[in-house]
Design a protein around this ligand. Structure first.
Ligand code: MMA
Ligand code: CA
Length: 200
């Protein structure tokens, strides 16, 4: 257990070191606005007179290395069909089933949210898992206070739908939405076990 005195010292050191680490440098005199880290030719892309550059070259290099490593990992996950992607969104499943509320929780715990298709591309990316596991999946769409009117979980209105013929049919009795194995949607009670598909 840390004593309050030690904690105070560590915090003091952390605050002291903060300017150094933000700039990726050892502690010293902070660079003057407008004179920071210019390359030899004196031209700095993204340089705005009077402002410090957002990141220095060392930090930029680390960011590029991390981007490269992340894109390799994404490549492997895609190759192994463990994730699907559409636009900037990534979808994934653990292959397990749960009711709607448990699905919300599991996705949140993983740092994502329940799969919510906003266009045909995203619908297809989710459908891949529904087909692969031959199991319907709940979507991040719920009935509003107006029966048969569905909306995103944040309350905003749907800009894209893919209802199955004659759906939604529950008229207030089926508040959740599941995806069928053909990619169409059905309003359904929220207590069924469906494939957990999350978006990140
Ligand atoms: C089930 C249930 C409904 C769906 C109909 C379609 C009988 O109810 O899944 O949500 O609309 O089937 O026939
Ligand atoms: Ca229905």
């Amino acid at each position: 257990m840390l004593s309050p005195q030690l904690l105070h010292k560590i915090l003091g050191a952390a605050f002291f070191l903060l300017p150094c680490c933000v700039q990726g440098k050892t502690a010293g005199i902070p660079p003057q606005p407008g004179f920071a880290h210019l390359p030899e030719d004196g031209i700095d892309e993204g340089f705005i007179p009077g402002f410090l550059p957002l990141v220095d070259y060392e930090t930029e290099d680390i960011i590029h290395q991390l981007e490269h490593r992340i894109s390799r990992l994404e490549g492997v996950l895609r190759l192994e069909k463990m994730i699907t992607a559409s636009g900037g969104k990534v979808f994934a499943t653990n292959g397990k089933k749960a009711d709607f509320h448990t699905t919300l929780k599991k996705c949140q715990e993983a740092g994502g949210s329940i799969a919510t298709p906003r266009n045909p591309g995203e619908n297809d990316a989710i459908l891949y898992f529904v087909k692969f596991f031959n199991t319907y999946a709940y979507l991040g769409i719920k009935e509003s206070l107006i029966p048969s009117k569905f909306q995103f979980l944040d309350g905003t209105q749907l800009s894209y739908t893919n209802w199955h013929l004659n759906e939604p049919s529950g008229k207030g009795e089926e508040e959740c939405v599941e995806m069928y194995t053909d990619g169409t949607w059905n309003d359904k009670r929220c207590n069924q076990n469906r494939l957990i598909v999350c978006q990140f």
